[in-house]
Design a protein around this ligand. Structure first.
Ligand SMILES: Cc1ncc(COP(=O)(O)O)c(C=O)c1O
Length: 378
């Protein structure tokens, strides 16, 4: 139940990829038949991605994943628009792929504004409008948060960005394939996605670049692949996997989207029935269907995770060998440090079952009760 971290490769996706890891090994830039076969597969995948995003295939650039897409969008647009202005707006609850990229740009002389989020982790579009200056060239706000699942009012923010002639990038990793994914409806100019969150392989992603956007400066020098925006030999098997994963996600959203939501709510219900003092983090309704981020007061999340022998979940906190820090997202939402250190993220996915929900609920209740019995402050 850690599907926000990553998802298994769907059998259909693996099946689509295998020929491109074996017999069809050509370089998509070669002109002989091996290359043509590879190129055809890449273009088919580009269409599959575009179909999910409701955009044109020419608006898709393949990358190595969302970290690269985020870097390419934010740094690439910042460099491309340098003459026009040097101000970038984002929020304090973004993924580190955005936060650290903005920090790096600040060190290069760009101005950066980090907007606060509300108690649910949501950006207020009014704050966005106030933050825009004549020097603002780009804003970047995630579609849905990877820790607490809160969905930002992307279309409202996009309208403000368009009104002021500012480009709008969204890290849409957690939203695409789970939520309506039409780029024109969302109104964004650029959006990052990655295959491994939608039952595709790791190490492959894409950046949507609307026709209305400036072309981001390339971050790499090399061959002219992907319009020169992202040079490098194409990861054909990965791209085929991303395309297949997008096609599956489209079908899944049309038919089975509510299944995960039902399981997620059943898990929540079971936990609150058997345990006191549990706090839901994130928006009660405007939240990813599979997301359940809870604070179990009095129980350190790392102790809970270690106690859960057969359940894969994650903490809402970043941890290294020296220290355990409260999640920057929970801190940005104003959750006190002590409570934030008790957060656990359940990320339900396409393959979880009602039986698993029962097992997880039972085990969590057992371990929380045991740890609370030993917690002096409890
Ligand atoms: C919101 C968000 N952005 C970016 C990333 C990074 O994606 P990738 O693993 O493809 O580099 C992740 C993955 O953890 C994510 O959840």
């Amino acid at each position: 139940m850690d599907n926000h971290a990553t998802t298994p490769i769907a059998p259909e996706v693996l099946e689509a990829m295998i020929p491109y890891l074996t017999t069809n090994f050509g370089n998509a830039s070669s002109t002989h038949p091996f290359g043509v076969t590879a190129k055809d597969a890449v273009e088919k995948a580009r269409h599959q991605v575009a179909e999910l995003l409701g955009c044109s295939p020419e608006e898709i650039i393949f990358t190595s994943g969302a970290t690269e897409s985020d870097n390419l969008a934010v740094r690439g647009i910042a460099y491309a628009c340098r003459e026009k202005g040097n101000h970038i707006i984002t929020s304090t609850a973004e993924h580190h792929a955005i936060l650290d990229t903005c920090r790096a740009l600040a060190a290069e002389g760009f101005e950066t504004t980090y907007l606060p989020v509300d108690k649910y982790g949501m950006v207020n579009p009014d704050d966005v409008e106030v933050a825009i200056t004549p020097k603002t060239v780009l804003m970047s706000f995630m579609y849905a948060n990877n820790e607490i699942g809160t969905i930002n009012p992307i279309a409202d923010i996009a309208a403000i960005a368009a009104k002021h002639g500012v480009f709008f990038h969204s890290d849409a990793v957690q939203g695409i394939g789970q939520l309506p994914s039409n780029m024109a409806t969302l109104g964004v100019d650029l959006a990052s996605l990655t295959a491994h969150k939608i039952y595709g392989p790791k190490g492959i992603g894409a950046l949507y670049i609307s026709r209305n956007s400036s072309q981001p400066h390339s971050l790499f020098y090399g061959g002219g692949q992907e319009e020169g925006v992202r040079p490098g030999t194409l990861n054909v098997a990965g791209i085929v996997g991303l395309g297949a994963a997008c096609e599956l996600s489209k079908n899944y959203m049309e038919t089975r989207r509510n299944c995960v939501l039902t399981l997620r709510d059943a898990l929540h219900q079971k936990l609150i029935t058997h345990l006191d003092d549990i706090h839901l983090n994130g928006h009660p309704e405007q939240r990813l269907p599979g997301n359940l981020n809870l604070c179990f007061a009095g129980v350190q999340s790392h102790a809970l995770l270690m106690g859960l022998k057969s359940v894969a979940v994650s903490t809402g906190s970043a941890c290294d060998s020296e220290s355990v820090k409260a999640s920057h997202v929970l801190v940005a939402m104003g959750i006190p440090n002590e409570l934030a250190l008790t957060a656990v993220r359940f990320g339900l996915g396409r393959y979880n079952t009602a039986e698993e929900v029962d097992v997880v609920a039972e085990e969590v209740v057992k371990v929380v009760n045991r740890l609370r019995a030993f917690a002096p402050e409890w």
